[in-house]
Design a protein around this ligand. Sequence first.
Ligand code: PRP
Length: 217
Amino acid sequence: MAMQMKIYVPPHPLVRHWLAVARDKNTPSTLFKTAMVELGRWLTYEAIRDWLPTIDTQVETPVGVADASFINPQSAIATIPILRAGLTLAEGAQTVIPLASTYHLGLVRDEKTLKPSCYLNKLPEKFALDTRILILDPMLATGGSMMYALEEVSKRGGNIDLTRIISVVGAPPALKELGTAYPSLTIYSAMIDEEVNDAGFIVPGLGDAGDRSFNNA
Ligand code: PRP
């Protein structure tokens, strides 16, 4: 059977709670940012469950010997926040995978064409084939921004089989495009919404996550 992109929507009350806070138009910017950080934390917690390399060993406790499993300190883990809105998700992700290297990618969509352009690319020249890569962006609307990011990752040898996306709200156009281009990709999202309107906003969505996170509204 042909491989198909996996999309997980973790049914966790904390994810539901912070999504509700983020969606509410009356949520002030400071609390919106907190919601994004928390969603970054809990979605990353879910996404790394079967993905983080560990070493099985034993440890001596004060009273005996126990089988033990540590996170492999040699494992290469990369987080890629897509600026601006992905920065807040990355803040939460960092609390669960502090060993990760962070590579920033600054993308902005043209308001009319909805095509992304890049104003900052701090990706490394080359990713090792075993690097676990987490790309963070709260919104997958048309999919243009994430497609751009994945192309940059692929060009640098990034292994899409080990790449996971953390998003808050995904929409059908993005999921269709990503799934067609990258069937081995895995997405963790707090919710999948119905549609993208003519202005490029996910409906019902949560508005402009970048503006709301940084009090630019
Ligand atoms: C928004 C959002 C995503 C992108 C999603 O970013 O944060 O990065 O659009 O849309 P797409 O799937 O149609 O590409 P924006 O360009 O508004 O920049 P910002 O994060 O700085 O607000």
